[in-house]
Design a protein around this ligand. Structure first.
Ligand code: ZN
Length: 487
């Protein structure tokens, strides 16, 4: 009977010339009917299990390439629409689609359960919770671009309605913005089912990411209708392709933010550890390094988020007072390593990166950012780039900083490493990540570590210690130990 009602409404509207404002009421009506048809009006929580493929956002082998594809046995997503909480757990295995691997996104250990609530994001392991702040907007967005979530979000944000034709059929397009979170248009078909969502959410590296989510093959799962096929693209690249196998409406979903996660967001003052005269190590899940030059500071990496990038810059200036940060060296384009570059640009620093990353950054930094204006939106500074081909050097007569391209590195095609010849220090990332001191070596991705060793040898670098951007500073011998006895 809903079908009949919607067709009549389309017929009336098609021939009417109503002013825009008249459609506001109709949006609420369409949403109410869709909510009832899909069973969303009595749905507070949902748990669904699916199988298929995912593509790890922002971890492409080369800038502008699609993201690395992984196939997984099964995942379970749990959502509480009332508390705005979401979690995702992997059941069984997850394997790369392409071997040998190209690009990042490798699990560095057990995967844990990914969660979000209250604007916070973290991963839960049996031994504790680890913050994932750079994924908070993405996970919150995922929670609401579900078939029932989008209707609830559209209702609470007073969506606007437009009638559109898609593939020869009339669809109701309801659009809205959830302030500070995301914007979306949901397409509701003649059966009152959501078949497509076009949305945008803020991502600290990319500005705002356009996402398209499609739902098909709806089935009855208990008291609700749910699509058995879900596909998604991010920024034009495939990101998800899944088949839903089980849906449990109103299964209890109680997600509590761990106290340690609430506190981490408040820590903005980072510690700095002296690695050599004028060289400061700034530890974290992603480390940074501050290097003192005669009249300026060079920072290696502003990772994760604009806030983390800002904290790194402030720590560098506190350790090396009275000098400006003139250069920020970005090791590669991956989302976690480039996540704080907006703070670096708003500081007025020049971004030093591989030449193949330049077009990507030029595009990101010209994108408008309106959903969540940040410090760069306020300072309106322009991106300044210095690109590196095989090698570049920054020198002021007292210290020389060499920047080298890592050739043949499977993690990414554009990886830079930084060598300080006087101090015999090498700063690298993602090729070799030593575990904390006094622990056994975690399994390394040996081809990546071997490639690092080969680059050191071919470039004839006299390295005593490695400063990795994941893990503690170690002597070069640890790299050799990780690779085991020479074959
Ligand atoms: Zn990476």
């Amino acid at each position: 009977m809903y079908r009949h009602g919607l067709n009549s409404l389309i017929a009336i509207i098609a021939f009417a010339t109503l002013p825009e404002t008249a459609f506001a009421l109709d949006a609420a009506g369409v949403l109410r009917l869709a909510d009832r048809e899909m069973g969303g009006d009595h749905l507070n929580t949902v748990r669904y299990t699916h199988t298929g493929s995912e593509f790890v956002m922002g971890q492409s082998f080369r800038p502008g390439e699609s993201w690395p594809k992984w196939n997984f046995d099964s995942k379970t997503v749990s959502i509480n629409y009332q508390t705005g909480a979401w979690s995702e757990a992997l059941n069984g295995n997850r394997t790369r689609d392409v071997i040998p691997p190209r690009g990042g996104g490798d699990p560095s250990g057990p995967r844990g359960i990914a969660l979000t609530k209250d604007g916070l994001a973290w991963v839960q392991f049996p031994q504790g919770a680890f913050p994932n702040p750079w994924t908070a907007h993405d996970r919150n967005h995922q929670l609401w671009v579900t078939p029932h979530g989008i209707i609830k979000a559209a209702i609470r944000n007073s969506a606007r309605l437009q009638w559109k034709t898609r593939e020869g059929k009339s669809v109701a397009a309801v659009s809205f913005t959830e302030p500070g979170k995301f914007s979306a248009t949901a397409y509701i078909n003649e059966d009152y089912l959501v078949e497509r969502i076009e949305s945008r959410f803020p991502q600290t590296s990319y500005g705002e990411v356009p996402v398209i989510t499609t739902f098909s093959e709806y089935r009855d799962f208990g008291s609700i209708k749910f699509p058995s096929r879900i596909r998604q693209t991010h920024g034009g690249f495939p990101s998800l392709d899944i088949t839903v196998t089980e849906v449990r409406p109103n299964d209890p979903v109680d997600i509590v933010v761990p106290e340690s996660i609430r506190q981490t967001t408040e820590i903005q003052k980072l510690t700095t550890v002296k690695a050599a005269d004028g060289v400061w190590f700034i530890p974290g899940s992603h480390n940074s390094v501050a290097i003192e030059m005669k009249d300026h500071i060079i920072v290696v990496e502003t990772p994760l988020t604009t806030e983390r990038g800002r904290a790194v810059l402030e720590s560098a200036k506190a350790a090396i007072p009275g000098k400006p940060v003139r250069f920020v060296i970005n090791t590669h384009h991956h989302i976690d390593h480039a996540g704080g570059l907006r703070a670096a640009v708003s500081e007025g620093a020049t971004i030093v990166t591989h030449v193949t990353s330049a077009p990507l950054y030029q595009r990101y930094f010209s994108e408008p950012r309106t959903l969540v204006p940040d410090e760069l939106a306020a300072t309106k500074r322009k991106l300044k780039l210095r690109t590196v081909g095989d090698k570049s050097e920054i020198s002021d007569g007292t210290r020389s900083v060499e920047i080298h391209h890592m050739r043949g590195q499977g993690h990414a095609d554009n990886m830079l490493m930084v060598y300080l010849p006087k101090e015999k220090l090498l700063i690298e990332t993602d090729a070799f990540s030593p575990p904390p001191a006094n622990t056994t070596l975690a399994p390394q991705n040996l081809p990546l570590a071997a490639n690092l060793a080969e680059n050191i040898r071919k470039l004839n670098l006299d390295v005593e210690r490695i400063i990795p951007l994941h893990g503690p500073i170690v002597p070069l011998s640890e790299l050799q130990r990780a690779m085991g006895p020479r074959q």
